[in-house]
Ligand binder design. Structure first.
Ligand code: NAD
Ligand code: UD1
Length: 346
């Protein structure tokens, strides 16, 4: 299949492009580079040996998006392009709703117009809110309390309604748990701008000496050791989940959790990182972070039964690969200034 990957220069999108190419598909990337680097395209080429057509466009711009559909015959779209910082979404709700909702509608409109019938959407476990664990796809969703989470729940609703009204348009809504790690090559990975919000990139930066110590947000939760519990999933497993979702997409709307089904506490992750990489992670326990919930992990059985997909890589692999990317030239080059790349369209 030939797939348009929006946000394909970003963290999950770039790994998914590699997994799609590994599985014999071809990809076209559309990204405005608001949270990624053009060098990632070179890295993907180095890993796969394939040239990837790249459109440096904003996918909220219908005219720009339409040009991609006119210039390429496509079998499907995977829509990663979006803004994802929870705190920023509370400060700039209009920016988040506009970017995350308009992009979804523009892409759906282009798909319907040009007869592209497979749509895979990046949703998040955040749509479950503070629910019973494990989170299962059939659960009633709870309010999310932030515009980022709402934009994901609303996009799910919009795409579901469109698919119901257009039976040939098939939609897969993928609810990610906590993606971590990097491609085994160490060439692509997560390179956040500024101070990382999420645990694993913070841990790797402490290990690299870029930050003095990890601050653990609370150790008085009702969990195994008092620290927050999450379902960490290796980004390459997540990427392969997209390939499975695309290849097994049936008519209608389908929702899948992409997680491992296992919960890991902050302290367990820190210990696993230290053991996997032979480095020490100094930490202090501080106040709980506003908006955090004690624990969540996936019921991952539906994706296994219906897509034949299951996460394979363990916590050691997640920690080892995250550190390989951070400690190699990988992050350095990706956090530098924009270089040159074979940009076929701009
Ligand atoms: P990312 O920021 O690394 O990648 C997103 C990419 O989209 C970036 O390259 C950015 O430049 C691009 N982009 C954003 N708005 C755009 C627009 N209007 N037009 C064109 N390009 C645009 O983030 P990621 O971690 O790879 O996340 C990908 C998707 O998965 C997002 O939709 C995110 O909300 C969702 N998600 C991420 C996580 C996570 O923990 N990383 C968890 C759940 C869901
Ligand atoms: C965060 C987002 C969520 C998003 C998810 C994607 C918030 C409030 N939520 O959730 O919407 O879908 O990322 O992966 O931002 N922790 C520390 N110290 C740190 C960083 C994190 O102790 O410096 C702890 C947290 O309290 C939590 C765990 O580590 O218990 C994981 O945190 P994080 O990586 O931010 O992910 P989520 O909280 O699951």
């Amino acid at each position: 299949m030939r797939i348009l990957v929006t946000g394909g220069a970003g963290y999950i999108g770039s790994h998914t492009c590699v997994a799609l190419i590994d599985a014999g598909h071809s990809v076209i990337v559309a990204d405005n580079l608001c949270n990624s680097r053009v060098e990632v395209l070179d890295r993907m080429k180095e890993i796969t040996g394939k040239d990837i057509p790249f459109y440096h466009i904003d996918v909220t711009d219908y005219v720009a998006v339409e040009r991609v559909f006119v210039e390429h015959e496509m079998d499907g779209v995977i829509h990663f392009a979006g803004l994802k910082a929870v705190g920023e979404s509370v400060e700039k709700p209009l920016f988040y709703y506009y970017n995350n909702l308009v992009s979804t509608m523009i892409l759906a409109k282009a798909c319907l117009h040009y007869g592209v019938n497979r749509f895979v959407f990046s949703s998040s476990a955040t749509v479950y809110g503070d629910n019973e664990v494990p989170f299962v796809e059939t659960m009633k969703l709870k309010p999310r309390m932030n515009p980022y989470g709402e934009s994901k729940a609303m996009s799910e609703q919009i795409l579901s309604d469109i698919a119901r009204a257009n039976p040939s348009f098939s939609v897969s809504l993928l609810r990610y748990f906590n993606p971590v790690g990097a491609h085994e090559s160490g060439l692509i990975g997560e390179a956040p701008n500024g101070i990382p919000n999420n645990l694993m990139p913070y841990v790797t930066q402490v290990a690299a000496g870029k930050r003095e110590k990890l601050r653990i947000f609370g150790d008085d939760y009702p969990t195994i050791d008092g620290t927050g519990v999450r379902d960490y999933i290796h980004v390459m497993d997540l990427a392969e989940g997209h390939v499975a979702a695309l290849e097994n997409l049936l008519e209608g709307v389908h929702i899948y959790n992409l997680g491992t089904g296992r919960g890991t506490s902050v302290l367990e992750l820190v210990k696993a990182f230290e053991e996997a990489n032979g480095v020490e992670i100094p930490f202090e326990v501080v106040e709980r972070r506003a908006g955090d919930i004690a624990e969540f992990y996936a019921d991952a059985s539906k994706a296994e039964q219906e897509l034949g997909w299951k996460a394979k890589r363990d916590l050691v692999a997640m920690c080892r690969d995250a550190w390989r990317f951070e400690s190699s030239a990988g992050t350095l080059a990706l956090s530098g200034t924009l270089g040159t790349v074979n940009v076929s369209h701009s």
